[in-house]
Design a protein around this ligand. Structure first.
Ligand SMILES: Cc1ncc(C[n+]2csc(CCOP(=O)(O)OP(=O)(O)O)c2C)c(N)n1
Ligand SMILES: [Mg+2]
Length: 589
């Protein structure tokens, strides 16, 4: 980030709009996703001339927002989306909330009505700053064109440092039309914003002491480890301590699934070993995780015997849900590296605890209760489709899920070996995330194979971005796991509403015809309804690289996601199938 004093020499006279585009270029933006309209129109004119910035014209602003998220997660850079005032801006709200919940670095640029008209209910006026106040990390309303370079520099700095998140820059139309002076670099002066990255050494030592003594420890790894790009450090810590690792829905890929110390995903649809390891642990080392209700189940009964070391860059997360015995504020990359050093020092001083009994117990749980599924009635199993997709596309591909049963199966049945290969909407649970997020990921990483794994319900929320993908040359692949229903909601109706399927039947085997819809959008459309055809169909889809492909997999609608901890109940109540709890040995307790 440029920090030097500006010199008069590089001051140039131009419009606010040109200053905006120059500023975006100066922070290194190469791709933006958006749709123009009246209030943002001045910015679109100089953008037309930019040789550095590729503008991807989406079909709905929500698509621009999720595409910016996908771009950010796939590349590690800040994602950028742009929209006009009023409805353009409000269409971005879901994606902004999504990025906020999952700590995705994103800068959102919106046009605002002319400054004199603000507050008059002018045409297409919406107080987008007010609307997004609780779902942005920071936001700006710019009415002075001279501020544009500084605001853009700050927005990118704030979005990408500390705990990442979305930053909104709303710029009045007349501010973009006015003449101003563009100066770069700008000096960043943010006295109220200094994220603590370096952990307190006393806290690290205290954590290492607890770690050395623990008999039943677990490393509880959250998405913060990916945001901090701390996967190498995590592996070193895990191997130095020999602790078991669980990775949450947002952290899948932070630690290789094939690693012998990996117990899988904790939480509502986590593995028995991961859920139970946390539950029975005597020490939880939480790294960039936030004790989300989908992980803890009923909070008061979560891991009753565990002490907690909680490391996070955001002090507000620490002791928010579960009291931390050792709070550590800092960047996970630094914290984890220091924890490893401190843990090794404990070992060198001879302070070690024998954990063979704990590992015997963990191994027994995972051997006895591996993830699995049964094929029902000869119909295609959704889990089988997803498992084969993961095996055929391999661990270098990127997988982007929608929200629902297919998302949980994609998290469970694909083996993630590499960081940032699994993208999904964890915190907000946004149906419609997959297609546009996959588009953004593929735009950012054109050489990678990008598979969206979507539900038939989710797909119908944002599939219009297939037109964008086809026209802009962004050849994503989409596997629609078509159970003709809002499957996850249907599962809850099966379990908790006596099978009364109120408004969850989509009838989407008939309408719309997804392969035909794909063809209409300039994509290749394929269909597969039997297990025997799965491999050949995936291979056919893999062979298409000049345009997007959509595969409609017609699957069994009664397949359910297991294991499951019903919402609001204790993790002790985990079920491995309907009405079936694991059989705990007496010695387990
Ligand atoms: C925007 C939005 N609306 C509603 C929901 C509630 N919801 C969660 S999962 C789900 C069903 C998703 O259906 P589908 O995409 O077909 O996936 P499936 O569960 O069948 O795999 C619904 C309606 C949501 N998460 N997001
Ligand atoms: Mg469905």
């Amino acid at each position: 980030m440029p920090q030097e004093e500006s010199s008069q020499d590089n001051a140039m006279t131009m419009t606010g709009a040109a200053s905006l585009v120059r500023s975006l270029e100066a922070v290194g933006v190469d791709t933006v996703f958006g749709i123009p309209g009246g209030a943002i129109l001045p910015a679109y004119d100089p953008m037309f001339d930019s040789t550095q910035i590729r503008h991807v014209l989406v079909r709905h602003e929500q698509g621009a927002g999720h595409a910016a998220e996908g771009y950010a997660l796939a590349t590690g850079r800040v994602g950028v989306c742009i929209a006009t005032s009023g409805p353009g801006a409000t269409n971005l709200v879901t994606a902004i909330a999504d990025a906020h919940m999952d700590s995705v670095p994103m800068v959102v640029v919106t046009g605002q009505v002319a400054s004199a008209a603000i507050g008059t209910d002018a045409f297409q006026e919406a107080d987008i700053r007010g609307i997004t106040m609780p779902i942005t990390k920071h936001n700006y309303l710019v009415t002075d064109p001279a501020e544009i370079p500084r605001v853009i520099a700050e927005a990118f700095h704030i979005a990408s440092t500390g705990r990442p998140g979305p930053v909104l820059v709303d710029i009045a139309k007349d501010t973009m039309q006015a003449t101003t002076t563009f100066r770069w670099p700008v000096e960043l002066d943010l006295p109220g914003y200094r994220p603590v990255t370096k952990p307190h050494s006393k806290q690290v030592r205290e954590a290492a002491r607890l770690m050395a003594e623990a008999k039943r420890p677990v490393l509880y790894v959250g998405g913060g480890v990916l945001r901090a790009r701390a996967w190498d450090e995590l592996r070193e810590l895990a191997e130095a301590t020999g602790f078991p690792v669980v990775t949450t829905l947002t952290a899948r890929g932070a630690f290789p699934d094939s690693h012998p110390q990996h117990l899988g995903m904790p939480g509502m649809h986590g593995s028995v070993a991961a859920v139970t390891a946390l539950q029975k642990s005597d020490l939880i080392v939480a790294l960039g995780a936030r004790f989300d209700d989908r992980v803890t189940g009923k909070l008061s009964s979560f891991a009753p015997g565990a002490s907690v070391v909680h490391a996070d860059i955001d002090p507000a997360e620490i002791s928010k849900n579960r009291t931390a015995d050792v709070p550590i504020v800092g960047d996970c990359k630094e914290v984890i590296a220091e924890l490893t050093t401190a843990a090794q020092a404990e070992q060198a001083a001879g302070r070690q605890t024998d954990r063979t009994g704990w590992w015997r117990q963990l191994d027994a749980w995972r051997e006895r209760y591996p993830l699995g599924y049964t094929s029902e009635g000869g119909e295609l199993s959704p889990q089988y489709v997803i498992e084969r997709l993961g095996q055929l596309a391999g661990p270098e591909a990127l997988y982007v899920a929608g929200v629902g049963q297919h998302q949980m199966w994609a998290s469970q049945f694909i083996s993630y070996e590499n960081p940032n290969t699994w993208l999904n909407s964890g915190g907000l649970g946004t149906m419609g995330y997959a297609v546009p997020a996959a588009m953004g990921a593929k735009a950012g990483r054109p050489d990678a194979t990008v598979w969206a794994i979507d539900g038939d319900g989710c797909f119908q929320m944002t599939n219009q971005e297939l037109a964008t993908c086809a026209i802009e040359g962004i050849p994503i692949k989409v596997a629609v796991i078509n159970n003709a229903s809002l499957g996850m909601v249907r599962q809850w109706q099966t379990l908790f509403y006596e099978g009364r399927y109120s408004n969850t039947d989509l009838d989407s085997r008939r309408i719309p015809d997804f392969p035909k819809l794909a063809e209409a959008y300039g994509c290749v459309g394929l269909r597969c309804d039997t297990a025997d055809d799965v491999d050949a169909t995936i291979e056919k889809a893999m062979a298409v690289n000049d345009r997007p492909v959509v595969v409609d997999f017609g699957v069994h609608r009664d397949a359910m996601v297991w294991p499951m901890v019903a919402a609001g109940t204790s993790n002790d109540e985990i079920q491995i199938a309907r009405g079936m709890a694991p059989e705990w040995d007496r010695s387990d307790d």
